[in-house]
Design a protein around this ligand. Structure first.
Ligand code: SAH
Length: 405
């Protein structure tokens, strides 16, 4: 087995079971490992630390598959770990549709089955959209086992169609080219209808963000449904209408959905029509949220429930300061547009902004807006996007429900 021998003292993170080893920690490469191939990680004294996938082009030079010296990395390894990942979702009753594929729709038939590092399957994302699986191979190790993993996914889910969306930017860091298209089965239609908590959504798995839909917001969208009754709602960064459709289903008085993407807004309108055939309560506005909120402030527009779900402003901590200014700006304006007693449901999906920092930013925004507000709820990513305790980087989505006094 080829091996990476670490520099003296560089085994500490592995002893804490963090799954990444950076290039600077590596003293020597023994043998001639292939990109994505399996290597043993050894201490400078030659002790076994872990078994990992080799990423020769990435700063994250190795990602750990197992800390067990007698566990081989082979098809059986992936069968066990993928099965376990799927079972934890079934156990959490998120994918009752798994047992009912092809029969009447379950209330929710779209969910993440494999969440990469947090399921011990580094760089592998598997999302289920009704009867179609959408996968991303985001690291050299996952890419190396691509065919094995594809076969196992069919075996373990009983489904026939897999679509690949390996077009995330991170692949470039791994020296991998983007790849998009059918991986198993003969999928002709890339626009799929899914169900989420009893509502229907069209998802375009070929062109949508990530694998098509923000599955991580599922329970937060339901929360918005519960808060919406009788309220005038402003859904900022609405994408294809996840929060919008839920707010309407919850009895909102009106919903205005804002996004800079005309394509997203058009799918948003289709999703509204799918669930609320008389959609007179809904309108869309194409524009930059930063400008729209300013304009509304100047016009003294008011709302009872505002959702802010912007894209990642800070993928890493290095961009945190600039991101903080962006978050503060939109949250400050939103506080101004809220009526007394109104709710602000505000999110950050920036890995580089901690929950603590995000709360500080929102507090600063309220202060500068001159409003009193309380946090009435902390929100996070849905349970099919778990966070392994040895991999805190997995906790990226944080949200607050604030009530303006
Ligand atoms: N809330 C959505 C996900 C939002 S994704 C859901 O639950 O499904 C972020 C969205 O912000 C994308 O649709 C993107 O088009 C939009 N966007 C990015 N920058 C923007 C800006 N400055 N103004 C308006 N929309 C923007």
């Amino acid at each position: 087995m080829p091996a990476l021998v670490l520099k003296p003292g560089r085994e500490k993170s592995l002893l804490r079971r963090h799954p990444w080893i950076f290039s600077g920690a590596i003293g020597r490469v023994d043998g001639n490992p292939a990109a994505g191939g399996t290597v043993d990680l050894l201490s400078s004294k030659g002790d076994f630390l872990a078994r990992a996938a080799y990423s020769p082009h990435s700063q994250i030079r190795a990602r750990v598959w197992t800390f067990d010296p007698v566990e081989p990395v082979d098809a059986d390894f992936f069968r066990r770990h993928i099965r376990q990942a799927i079972q934890t979702r079934v156990g959490a009753d998120l994918v009752s549709a798994l047992a009912r594929a092809g029969t009447s729709p379950a209330p929710t038939d779209a969910c993440r089955l494999v969440h990469a590092e947090s399921d011990g399957l580094l760089g592998l994302i598997v999302d289920r959209y009704a009867d179609t699986l959408v996968v991303q191979f985001l690291a050299a190790g996952a890419e190396y086992w691509r065919e094995t993993i594809a076969d196992l996914l069919l075996e373990l889910t009983g489904l026939k169609d897999i679509y690949e969306r390996s077009d995330a930017d991170v692949r470039e860091l791994e020296g991998l080219l983007p790849r998009v298209g059918s991986l198993r089965g003969a999928l002709h239609e890339t626009q799929i209808t899914i169900h989420e908590n009893g509502l229907e959504f069209l998802v375009n798995i070929a062109t949508g963000h990530k694998t098509g839909f923000y599955l991580d917001q599922r329970q937060n969208r339901l929360r918005v449904r519960q808060l919406a009754e009788g309220r005038e709602v402003l859904d900022c960064f609405c994408y294809t209408g996840g929060f919008t459709v839920n707010a309407l289903a919850g009895g909102a008085k009106s919903v205005l959905s804002v996004d800079s993407s005309a394509d997203a807004l058009s799918l948003c309108r289709e999703n509204v029509a799918l669930n609320a055939p008389s959609s007179a309560l809904h309108s869309t506005l194409e524009g930059d949220v930063f400008q729209v909120l300013r304009k509304f402030r100047d016009e003294s527009r008011q709302f009872d429930l505002i959702i802010l779900d912007p894209p990642k402003f800070a993928p890493t901590a290095a961009q945190a300061e600039k991101a903080a200014r962006g978050y503060k700006d939109i949250n400050l304006l939103a506080f101004k547009l809220l009526r007394p007693g109104g709710f602000l449901v505000t999110f950050s999906c920036s890995g580089g902004v901690s929950a603590e920092l995000f709360q500080k930013i929102v507090a600063g925004a309220a202060l500068d807006a001159g409003v009193d507000a309380q946090i009435v709820e902390y929100l996070a990513q849905a349970p099919d996007h778990p966070v392994a305790l040895n991999f805190p980087e997995g906790a990226y989505l944080k949200g607050l429900v604030c009530r303006k006094a």
